[in-house]
Design a protein around this ligand. Sequence first.
Ligand code: SF4
Length: 371
Amino acid sequence: MKTPNFLKNYTLPLLREQIRALGEQQFRAAQIFDAVYSHKVNNFDDIATLPKNIRVRLNEEFVFSSIRLQKVQESADGTKKFLFELFDGRAIETVLIPSEMVTEEGTPKRMTICVSTQVGCPLNCQFCATASLKLKRNLATAEIVDQLLEVQKYIGKKITNLVFMGMGEPMLNYDNVMNAVSIFTYGEEPLLGSKRITLSTAGVIPGIIRMADEKSPIKLAISLHATTNGLRNAIMPIARKYDLKQLGDAIEYYYRKTRRAITYEYILFNEINDSELDAKRLAKFTRRVPSKVNVIPFHDIEFTNPTGIAADLKPASDEKFRTFIRLLQNNDVTVMIRSSSGEDIDAACGQLAFSNAVADNVVQQYSELQL
Ligand code: SF4
């Protein structure tokens, strides 16, 4: 099925080209951008700054919205999970996590959206439910942008932070993800500041190098989860292509180019990666550049009927969790603990999956994304 010509696929320079190709003046592109992203109009007819004939033309040439909200589930802790249907009948999930910290008015200080970048994922991380879906396709830029716009419209509040940590590996859809970043950060009052956007990768090195060379303004997080090549190869097959030495070198290169600190994600698995030696190796690996480590509890993904090593992955006990944190702190690592939330709606970051396009799904999400 051919992808429709979604308006929100286009960054401002690309939209100018489109508008020029229609025989209209380029400044119309900025008017469209202001209307769509600053004034949040919902269709071309509401763009009052455009003459009617141009609005008619836009309606003929472009499709305004790329996703359709199918279902929302809300956790007792306020985490919300959104199921969106795509133009080809496929579906994606997006998670919204309010921070526990609140303003004087009692509203969450941060509203973080966890955005998907692919339908499914090809990387087959053994702890991840999305892997069971395999890769269906990359999302178009518009399908990424519309996740934020639709969720913001639904909640009627501004989203303050965004993580590319939903379904899919963002580095494998690099151009569309970065075009979405360009749209999110457009203008004097952008939808989001670049410092409030984080891209999380399983360790796709060409993407890390590209972000470094392009001096990408957003933040980078690395899903590490293991400190030896043997274990990393077993639980994250992408590690067979890019080993820890190559990953560490790429991260150092990124830091030299951008001077931006790294966030490492480390899910703690019982008796797998939670030893004192693991903590020491993790401290050594992360010491190469300024960084912090998010230690994350693991949530069973029994619903995917895991086999092999995936079936052996169990959460570390609370005591082991506390011990591991202490060991890291004793080794001068800045540690953030992610407490689980949204469990009552089966909600968790990077672990999104569903049994079919509009049916029940399983996700898990962590409450306190320390961005
Ligand atoms: S953890 Fe991320 S990269 Fe790995 S399979 Fe899941 S979605 Fe893909």
